[in-house]
Ligand binder design. Structure first.
Ligand code: ADP
Ligand code: ADP
Length: 227
């Protein structure tokens, strides 16, 4: 599991973004951080792979303090997907998905074959392989973003509002597919959203953040809905 132990984050300007956060995120499930804008969700997410360092407290990953794990290794084992996919504009869909395996020295043919499989996994057919990001809709770009993150075979996938920029229909479609994908892959996913409906839909566990960066509730969707 990923364990937050008394984690606090105070930014240099004095903003206390996360206050005494204690949380146990199970492996192999989707845990959602939900709450209003500014309550510390993104900051908490980014502390998991140390894009942001906590001011105090510890984040333990499978029993090891993340501060003791080499940054390169952390970034390799923890994937990251953001709102507007952040695809490389001058690379095709296939090249985008192959990026990390190629950097890791996987031979081109093998990386391409795996990239094609991942395209299938995220619901993109062959015809997209040689297209560039600008030729894709927002939803298609997000699919490529997820495939690119999965290509690195992360043990943990961090997703920050991955569907928030999409129109409602595409959004619902991706939420539905995403639920299937998460369960199928058994990847540990930490997912940030400000939308409680989305949280309940995609999450196995839900951490409700309150304004001021405190944890208000942490439970299963069923329990959250009945309280
Ligand atoms: P959320 O993801 O829930 O919207 P954030 O983690 O982005 O919340 O931000 C939590 C709080 O920290 C907010 O008050 C935000 O303005 C502040 N904050 C975020 N990043 C910085 C930063 N780099 N410097 C100072 N304050 C920040
Ligand atoms: P998002 O809502 O998409 O997470 P934000 O608008 O919260 O994006 O933040 C965009 C960037 O600005 C982030 O890198 C964040 O750390 C930084 N940031 C957010 N709030 C503040 C703040 N109050 N002071 C300085 N930087 C901030």
């Amino acid at each position: 599991m990923i364990e937050f132990r008394n984690v606090e984050k105070r930014y240099p300007d004095g903003t206390l973004a996360v206050e005494r956060l204690n949380l146990e995120i199970p492996f192999g499930k989707t845990t959602v951080f939900v709450g209003p804008s500014g309550c510390g969700k993104t900051t908490s997410l980014r502390m998991i792979n140390r894009m942001i360092a906590p001011s105090s407290g510890q984040i333990m990953i499978d029993g090891t303090d993340a501060a003791q794990i080499n940054t390169g290794e952390l970034r390799r084992s923890i994937g990251y997907v953001i709102q507007n996919a952040g695809l490389f504009p001058h690379r095709t869909v296939l090249q985008n998905i192959m990026t990390v395996p190629r950097l890791n020295g996987v031979p081109k043919a093998q990386a391409a074959e795996r990239a094609r499989l991942l395209m299938h996994t995220v619901g993109l057919d062959e015809s997209f392989a040689n297209k560039f990001p600008t030729q894709l809709s927002g939803g298609q770009q997000q699919r490529v973003g997820v495939a690119r993150a999965l290509a690195a075979e992360p043990s943990v996938l961090l997703m920050d509002e991955p569907f928030s920029a999409l129109d409602p229909i595409v959004r619902t479609e991706l939420q539905d597919e995403f639920m299937r994908l998460g369960a199928e892959l058994g990847t540990t996913i930490v997912f940030v959203t400000h939308d409680i409906d989305e949280a309940v839909k995609v999450g196995d566990r839900i951490a409700v953040f309150a304004k001021g960066g405190q944890l208000a509730q942490f439970d299963t969707p069923a329990k959250i809905l009945t309280q």
